[in-house]
Design a protein around this ligand. Structure first.
Ligand code: FAD
Length: 392
């Protein structure tokens, strides 16, 4: 990493965190002509914890921003059906064609996050990986006006900015430095174990439910399927944490013996990854000179596979607010984010509690479907031209 890549003069916006939320926000701001610095302590193109599934609003955003083609070109398979398995019963739902998309996708994060970063760079964002944000800078009034970055060669370097955006994930440092209050908390959390499998001849998303457990199959790049199992965080802690391998196969067999039998004939690529769970939250999303986007401001249990989709949604809501105004627009950003998130948040929390039977979980899924439709309508009604490169 060259130290010369950190700017010495002030920029309009510094975004801390260069994954789905941060790279998308930086991209959209740069397309509106803002001077943006995007930093991440991690490496370009690296992987992260995720079972990869995008929902309709997320796919729609990538399409509207002109990025879906390059993701499809990376050999990301189309998902044309979603099948819900409730015990022995299966309900298959076809993905309908609307808004220019006729399939869902679940790109590896090495593909999705990298494509967003590439697009941000192409839009003029200065992107610097392997640089950590150490602290925020403030003016006399206390307003945030920059960030202290750790240049690996030169040490701590201040970069001044009109706005600092924390897109640095659920453990956000930016949120901690501004003391962003948590305004809504979830009660439940689920533990998840997942792995990637080759030779699993399954099409579409499959979500499996039995009281106390769930599993999913998500087709991704290179002919692989991500297969996860999930249960309460309490059970994960008691039974699974110390033996991911044994726990994974036990939960698969418990959730769906047919799926477990298929896995027995497939080949795993790489190790298993575990997530012990953490209850969701909605944090205050903005303040003087700062804003939060993605998991930094709004985290929910992964059981409804909606974090990436919401991060892309909120990237555009925030970018629109920043590009058009000041604090009032930032307040509007939070209002829209919270309004669109409330039902998804509560319903996700209910599913993550595993305090349901198969009738109740179907009711929760129907309500989730309604909340997602509302989100799709909101995203679909945004003016696409706004988010495209200016010359497009
Ligand atoms: C087990 C699991 C499965 C999931 N499955 C799905 C799924 O199937 N579908 C879905 O939609 N969502 C899923 N999610 C949620 C999804 O992964 C997140 O919502 C999404 O990654 C949030 O993106 P983000 O950009 O906000 O934050 P992150 O992806 O967390 O990225 C934050 C970035 O900030 C950087 N950073 C942090 N601190 C600093 C610092 N001080 N300085 C510089 N950089 C910093 C990090 O290096 C990181 O790259 C899952 C989550 C988990 C845990």
């Amino acid at each position: 990493m060259s130290p010369l890549r950190l700017p010495t003069s002030p920029v309009d916006v510094v975004v801390v965190g260069a994954r789905v939320a941060g790279a998308a926000t930086a991209l959209l701001l740069a397309r509106r002509g803002l001077d943006v610095l995007l930093v991440d302590r991690g490496r370009y193109g690296s992987d992260t914890l995720s079972t990869l599934a995008l929902m309709r609003a997320g796919v729609l955003q990538l399409h509207r921003w002109g990025l879906l083609e390059s993701i499809v070109a990376a050999d990301t398979p189309p998902v044309r059906t979603t099948t819900f398995h409730y015990g022995e019963a299966a309900v298959e739902v076809a993905i309908r064609a609307a808004g220019g998309i006729d399939a869902l996708f679940a790109p590896r994060r090495t593909v999705l996050d990298a494509r967003l970063v590439d697009a941000a760079r192409a839009a003029g964002v200065r992107v610097v990986h392997e640089v950590r944000a150490l602290d925020l800078l403030r003016g006399e009034s206390g307003r945030v006006n920059g960030v202290l970055l750790e240049d690996p060669l030169l040490g701590p370097r201040p970069v001044r900015a009109s706005l600092v955006i924390g897109a640095d994930g659920a453990n956000s440092h930016v949120a901690r430095w501004v003391d962003a209050p948590i305004e809504r908390s979830a009660r439940n959390a689920s533990g998840v174990i997942y792995g990637l499998w080759s030779g699993l001849d399954l099409q579409g998303y499959h979500w499996h439910f039995r009281p106390g457990v769930s599993a999913g199959v998500i087709p991704t790049n290179d002919g692989l399927c991500c297969v996860f199992v999930a249960t309460t965080a309490g059970r994960f802690e008691r039974e699974l944490r110390g033996n991911l391998e044994g726990g994974y196969h036990r939960l698969l067999a418990e959730t769906d013996p047919g799926l477990a039998a298929r896995i027995a004939t497939a080949r795993r690529v790489g190790g298993l990854r575990g997530f012990a769970g953490r209850p969701g939250f909605l944090r205050r999303g903005w303040g003087p000179g700062w804003a939060l986007v993605g998991d930094a401001g709004y985290f929910k249990d992964p059981i409804t596979a909606h974090g990436i989709t919401d991060a892309l949604r909120d990237a555009e809501l925030l970018a629109r607010a920043v590009a058009t105004g000041g604090d009032q627009e930032l307040a509007g950003y939070q209002e829209s984010r919270d309004d669109l998130s409330r039902d998804l948040f509560e319903l996700t929390d209910a599913v993550a509690g595993y305090d349901w039977d198969l009738v109740e979980v179907q009711r929760l899924h129907l309500a989730l479907n309604e909340a997602q439709r509302r989100e799709v309508r909101h995203v679909g009604a945004l003016d696409s031209a706004w988010a495209l490169p200016r010359s497009a």
